[in-house]
Design a protein. Sequence first.
Length: 94
Amino acid sequence: MKDWYLVSYDVRDQKRLRRTAKLLQGYGARVQYSLFRCRLSDRDIERLRWELSRVLEDEDDVLFVGLCQSCIARVRARDRRGSWPEDPPDWVVV
């Protein structure tokens, strides 16, 4: 089962900053400069944390914030890009 997470980062080196942003783009959508909205399973989180550990140094920070359904319902954004998509279907018609 996948849940929504906000992933925030503070990276002090420009090269690591770009690599971190590029890595997170593969997992979710950018909400703000250093904030991504990601729909992740437990396995996805572990894989992402492992991949980040290969990029980041001890001086860098990453924060994962899990969001429950009632938290998501209370999210307010100023623009349409900030709206949260509905849960994707568990199946796909090919």
